[in-house]
Design a protein around this ligand. Structure first.
Ligand code: EPZ
Length: 417
């Protein structure tokens, strides 16, 4: 099993480019199934989750080739409507294929997506939304058997929670349905806008993506398109945290700084100096990180839950007490135990985590528990005194392109073995 060996104490300096967004590439890859034709997807990151999505597309009947960071999909011949168990378990978010397969083939069978490291991942909002659009869904033996017997018909859907995945599934199922679909309380994440932009460039009629009400006018056909994936805002935040905790000076390129508006004030409260441009940020970390009193994770445009672990890692060495409230996922503090092994002082009580800053972290042997929790361990190891060994780095590879190479470009000393 691969692991990362990190020699701490190196100040990060220099320039780094952010790769394409995992959480935008995945729904767009699913959307390439719609209608047929060719999608040339540029700035598509080289990640294991993307590889898993490509495996699913190929299994369903698409031809998919990758040339560097461009993935070319032809979905003229779809032969399957079922995603096999093994492929479903490779990537929890494969639930987003459901809407696309039903829209294209009129039926779909998926095994219930397993829970993941963040706790149970219910899909009740996905199911109820698709049922409203005219999909009959039967759950048997752990499988979801879906059939749009009389086709998909537009309707009004009010989401009780602005679920990102459910919003994406509704978009994918409604772009070619009959009539108009209105989503109320839709997720407003930038990845929703990216998916809608891709679909509209193919001829879909989606208005309001990025707001809480989205209106979709069903169309009869979609054309082929060349599209470039938005930059990954969480990877950008991760790099910024690495620069902050090491007191470094780093220019992070290729990001839409509007997408991380809610995180910049936290970095400034922590003592970082930021020079913010529309598509890059220069960050100078302080000699001592300052605590941040209260960080609540919220749906976009609030503080993103995916940034909770990386920001927490940065605050473990603050000169005081910081507090987090994790409002999105049930158990998203699995990284706390591992950070504690490095000398962090963190107490978790339900949704709340209280981080007492310590003077120093110490290198230790730790295990990545999930994608962003794993990234948090890398951030902590960059500043720790001595050498850290980070195991189970397959979690990290799901969402970061060769994280060690990126940080080494800035002067870190990380070896993958
Ligand atoms: C997406 O997950 C992202 N994944 C997550 O990123 C991200 O943390 C999350 O959105 C929130 O921003 C992808 O885009 C592939 P949700 P998703 O549906 O769609 C509950 C990462 O690190 N819920 O908005 O699963 C759910 O349990 C990953 O890149 C229901 O109750 O998020 C959770 O508590 C982690 N019923 C909350 O809503 C449902 O039917 C947010 O889930 C659906 C969700």
């Amino acid at each position: 099993m691969e692991r990362l060996i990190v020699e701490g104490g190196k100040r990060l300096n220099g320039e780094i480019d952010v790769h394409g967004a995992k959480n935008s590439s995945l729904p767009i890859l699913a959307a390439s199934l719609l209608y047929g034709g060719q999608t040339v997807l540029k700035n598509c990151p080289k990640l294991s989750d993307v590889d898993a999505a490509i495996k699913i597309l190929t299994y369903l009947g698409c031809t998919v080739e990758r040339e560097g960071d461009t993935v070319i999909i032809n979905s003229d011949h779809i032969a399957q409507t079922e995603i096999p168990e093994n492929l479903m378990h490779e990537m929890r978010s494969s639930i987003v294929f459901l809407g696309a397969i039903i829209s294209r083939m009129g039926k779909a069978t998926l095994s219930f997506p397993g829970g993941c490291e963040l706790g149970p991942r219910p899909i009740d909002l996905h199911i109820s939304s698709l049922q409203k659009l005219g999909v009959d869904i039967v759950e048997e033996y752990g499988k979801l058997c879906c059939q749009a017997t009389n086709g998909l018909k537009g309707c009004k859907i009010n989401l009780s929670f602005p679920s990102v995945g459910a919003t994406e599934n509704i978009l994918l199922a409604s772009v070619m349905s009959k009539g108009e679909t209105i989503i109320l309380n839709a997720a407003q994440e930038p990845e929703i806008i990216d998916l809608a932009n891709y679909l509209n460039q193919r001829g879909a009629r989606i208005k309001g993506a990025g707001k809480s009400t989205i209106v979709i006018e069903g169309v009869e056909k979609l054309n082929s398109v060349e599209y470039s994936v938005m930059p990954d805002r969480i990877v950008a935040i991760t790099y910024l945290c690495g620069a902050a905790i090491t007191g470094g000076d780093v220019l992070v390129n290729h990001i839409n700084t509007d997408d991380i508006e809610s995180v910049l004030p936290i970095l400034e409260q922590a003592g970082c100096k930021l020079s913010v441009y529309s598509n890059k940020i220069n960050i100078s970390g302080p000699s001592i990180i300052r605590p941040v009193k209260n960080i609540r994770t919220m749906p976009y445009p609030g503080f993103p839950t995916d940034a909770q672990a990386p920001i927490m890692a940065m605050l473990t060495v603050a000169s005081g007490t910081s507090m987090f409230v994790e409002n999105i996922f049930e158990s998203r503090y699995k990284h706390v135990g591992e950070l504690t092994r490095m000398g962090a002082d963190i107490k978790v009580e339900g949704k709340v985590a209280v981080v007492e800053g310590v003077k120093k972290l110490y290198g230790a042997s730790v295990e990545a528990t999930d994608l962003r929790g794993g990234a948090a361990l890398v951030i902590a190891a960059l500043a720790a005194q001595g050498v850290s060994k980070i195991n189970h780095i397959y979690h990290i590879d799901r969402g970061y392109e060769t994280i060690e190479e990126q940080f080494n470009k800035l002067g870190a000393k990380i070896i993958r073995e």
